[in-house]
Design a protein. Structure first.
Length: 139
């Protein structure tokens, strides 16, 4: 069995952003030489997410609006977490909702997606460097 590990680094210009990372994950898979197995992709920061969905701008806009309604950034005094000097209590909640990681099957050397599926990095407390782990195992 083979194992391959790669880190992807991101620094978004905005507090909230969605970045399609499918091509970077596919490149890591090609580097791995794995033909059959599993690919784990997970955010290594507690205010970021990795998820699978459609790469459609309207959907991303809807996600951003819904997440802000669910856990608004302001006023920051609404979150007990922010009493520690932080201002990202909302980002922790948004991450919890959107999830930490995805696992994708690898079949015949390709990510085995359903129609329209793509992998996204979700950032909820941006403007600083953060990483995503890609871990590939298989034969």
């Amino acid at each position: 069995m083979k194992s391959h590990r790669k880190e992807l680094w991101f620094e978004t210009k905005t507090r909230l952003a969605f970045v399609n990372i499918t091509s970077e994950v596919q490149a890591a898979l090609a580097e791995s030489g794995v033909r059959e197995g599993l690919c784990l992709v997970n955010a290594m920061h507690i205010t970021a997410s990795v998820f699978i969905n459609d790469d459609e701008p309207g959907l991303h806009h809807d996600y951003a609006r819904w997440l802000e309604e669910l856990a608004p950034h302001d006023p920051i005094s609404r979150y007990q977490h922010n009493r520690t000097g932080e201002d990202n209590g909302d980002a922790h909640i948004k991450r919890q909702v959107m999830g930490r990681e995805v696992v994708v099957a690898i079949t015949d050397g390709q990510l085995d997606f359903g129609p329209w599926e793509q992998i996204f990095y979700g950032e909820f407390d941006g403007r600083r460097r953060k990483r995503v782990l890609v871990k590939i195992i298989g034969d």
